[in-house]
Write a new protein. Structure first.
Length: 176
C-alpha cells in the first residue's frame, strides 16, 4: 500500500505498563475528523545533505487517508526533500501523540492539487492552483513566498502514544 487507507500490515505493542495495543483507527479517525477543523501543528523533520537534522512546522492536512503538506521550493525542507525524500511528521492529536515516518513526494497532478486545494480552502486557507503549485494571499512566514509545492507522505511506520484513556503505545508498519 502507498498510503494508510488499509490497515497496517503489522502492529507492535510498545507499552510497558500492560495496556493493550492501540488500533490504527484511533489516530486515523482523529486525523480524519480534526484535520479540517482543529488547529493542529504538524512538524516535518528532514535530513540535510550533510546529515544534520532539520525540523519545521508545516501546513498539513489529512485528506482521503493521506497526509499532505506544503513547502516553498527554496525552503530548507524542500531542498532536503529534493535530495532525500525520507522524513518524519509529528503531531499532537486529541488523545494521542503521533509520529509518521516515510517518504515525501511532490504532487504535480492537477486533479490531486485541485482536490487538496479545495480541502485547504474549506479549512480557511484560500489557496488556488497555478502552474502545478499552490498560491494564496497569505501563508505562514516560514513557508517562503509563493508558489508552494504540495507533498504527499507515503507512510512506512507510525508510532502512537496515547495521552488519554485508553492509554498505550504502539508501532504500526505499513507495506510500501
Amino acid at each position: 500500500m502507498t498510503d494508510t487507507r488499509n490497515q497496517p500490515i503489522s502492529a507492535r505493542n510498545l507499552d510497558q505498563y500492560g495496556h493493550a495495543e492501540l488500533p490504527w483507527s484511533r489516530p486515523r479517525d482523529v486525523l480524519t475528523s480534526d484535520s479540517a477543523s482543529v488547529d493542529l501543528t504538524f512538524f516535518v523533520s528532514t535530513v540535510r545533505p550533510d546529515g544534520r537534522p532539520h525540523s519545521a512546522g508545516v501546513g498539513a492536512v489529512w485528506v482521503d487517508d493521506t497526509l499532505y503538506f506544503v513547502s516553498g521550493p527554496r525552503t530548507r525542507r524542500a531542498r532536503n526533500l529534493a535530495v532525500n525524500p525520507a522524513c518524519t511528521v509529528s503531531v499532537r492529536l486529541r488523545g494521542i501523540d503521533l509520529v509518521l515516518e516515510g517518504d515525501a513526494t511532490r504532487v504535480t497532478g492537477s486533479a490531486t492539487l485541485d482536490h487538496v486545494a479545495a480541502f485547504y480552502r474549506d479549512s480557511g486557507w484560500p489557496t488556488s492552483v497555478e502552474g502545478g503549485a499552490f498560491t494564496a494571499p497569505f501563508t505562514a512566514p516560514s513557508a517562503g513566498p509563493p508558489p508552494w509545492h504540495l507533498y504527499r507522505l507515503t507512510v512506512h511506520t507510525a508510532f502512537g502514544v496515547a495521552t488519554a484513556e485508553p492509554h498505550g503505545a504502539t508501532r504500526w508498519d505499513f507495506a510500501h
